[in-house]
Write a protein that binds this ligand. Structure first.
Ligand SMILES: [Zn+2]
Length: 422
């Protein structure tokens, strides 16, 4: 029995390592998230924030991780940088905050360096407002570090929203990953570094329509003529969507990658967890759409992209899916009744943990419908302009109160009443 278990373990390990032999010839993603697991199994973990005005937001962002780590058996403590003593630096730390807010950055001993107006990693320098980096040290490190830092609080949001811990670092420019790779001895190693724009130009061919730059996987180019009418049809969808949602016509062509398979979409969209099982038809990534094949969820992802680029690229899932679902409710009566039935069915459930991302959103259609109905409630009562204003908030609870002049808790009670009356 034990030898069967061991064989199975070896097989799984071999399979995980095989990802190094990928089509793109880049370091494989560690589906076992070895470093992350080692970090989380530490006895005591410090969450360290700088002493700045954003500390409440950092607390909101990290609440679900702290709960998760505790379930893993760790004792977690939050400390501000000014409260740290010398022994603290010997503990594993998760360091989160804008890099310019830290006073003793070098004491954290990471390969990320503070420079004037930005940060440096290896020989790469990042000065833009939206540049940010995620870093995790390897399992041989005595006091492990996870670092989430960048040049503004907004630049950290895409890291917090979607943690990917199977590479030692990810660098974000303009809120999407442009560099990633593996360190050697916790330092930048050029031979294990990937510059994503290079892969995008090397492995894809451009086809343009009125509103889109389609980048077609080179292994799919023989199908382009067959699918060209379909690609053109997405322009009609854009016109309809911007009319109904009162958005501006895009002043740019939407980049949309058409990938061959699961591996391609996962690496190039940087949704690496899809390399480790599961399936995806499409994802939106900042200002880009990624679709698996020509039949992926291009319309759905286009709606996210157009709305988010105008209002907020990093709104929590509940509201970004909610507004997308609202469009379906307005344009499709069968969706509206299905959404209503689901929302009534679960009317007694406390949806706050899902709103804040403490509980998972993606569980079949359920929360698409519920978030869509809550958004419909907000728009039917206060209009779409107010919703757009709320959508820009970095902090859900505060943003809600500021926009709607009512606490989210009270709004949820009123929403239940509204739902029953409808
Ligand atoms: Zn979606």
């Amino acid at each position: 029995m034990r030898s069967i278990a061991l064989t199975l373990f070896l097989l799984l390990t071999i399979q995980a390592n095989c990802q190094n032999n990928n089509y793109f010839q880049i370091p494989g993603y560690d589906c076992e998230i070895t470093s992350d697991k080692k970090f989380r199994s530490s006895k005591e973990i410090l969450f360290v924030f700088p002493n700045d005005k954003d500390s409440l937001t950092y607390k909101e962002w990290t609440k679900s991780w702290i709960n998760g780590f505790k379930r893993f058996g760790s004792e977690c403590e939050i400390k501000y940088e000014s409260e740290l003593n010398e022994q603290d630096f010997e503990k594993p730390m998760l360091v989160l905050g804008s890099i310019y807010s830290f006073r003793r950055w070098n004491s954290f001993e990471t390969p990320i360096k503070q420079i004037t107006k930005g940060f440096r990693f290896g020989d790469l320098k990042f000065h833009q407002f939206d540049d940010a980096i995620f870093y995790i040290s390897d399992t041989t490190t005595k006091a492990m570090r996870i670092v989430i830092t960048g040049n503004s609080i907004g630049s950290l949001r895409p890291i917090v929203n979607n943690m990917r811990t199977g590479y030692s670092y990810l660098i974000f420019e303009d809120r999407i990953i442009t560099h990633f790779g593996e360190c050697t001895d916790n330092n930048y190693d050029k031979s294990k570094h990937v510059y994503l724009p290079d892969l995008k130009s090397k492995y894809y061919q451009l086809v343009q329509t009125k509103y889109y730059d389609f980048y077609i996987a080179k292994r799919l180019v023989n199908q382009i003529s067959e699918y060209k009418p379909k690609l053109d049809s997405f322009d009609l969808f854009v016109d309809k969507y911007i009319e109904i949602m009162k958005l501006h016509k895009p002043t740019y062509r939407i980049p949309c990658f058409i990938h061959l398979d699961q591996e391609e979409i996962s690496y190039i969209s940087t949704h690496f967890s899809h390399l480790c099982g599961g399936n995806t038809a499409g994802v939106v990534n900042g200002k880009e759409i990624h679709s698996k094949g020509f039949g992926g969820a291009i319309e759905h992802e286009t709606s996210h992209l157009l709305f988010n680029i105008e209002y907020n690229e990093n709104t929590p899932t509940f509201f970004s899916e909610g507004i997308r679902q609202y469009y379906d409710f307005v344009t499709d009566s069968s969706q509206l009744s299905a959404g209503y039935n689901t929302s009534i069915e679960f009317i007694d459930e406390d949806i706050k943990p899902v709103i804040f991302g403490y509980e998972p959103f993606f569980q079949g259609n359920k929360y698409y419908y519920i978030s869509g109905f809550f958004v419909k409630y907000l728009i039917d009562n206060w209009g779409i302009d107010k919703f757009k204003q709320f959508y820009k908030a970095e902090n859900i609870a505060l943003g809600f109160e500021q926009t709607y002049e009512i606490e989210l808790d009270s709004a949820l009670i009123n929403y239940n009443g509204w739902l029953k009356r409808n």
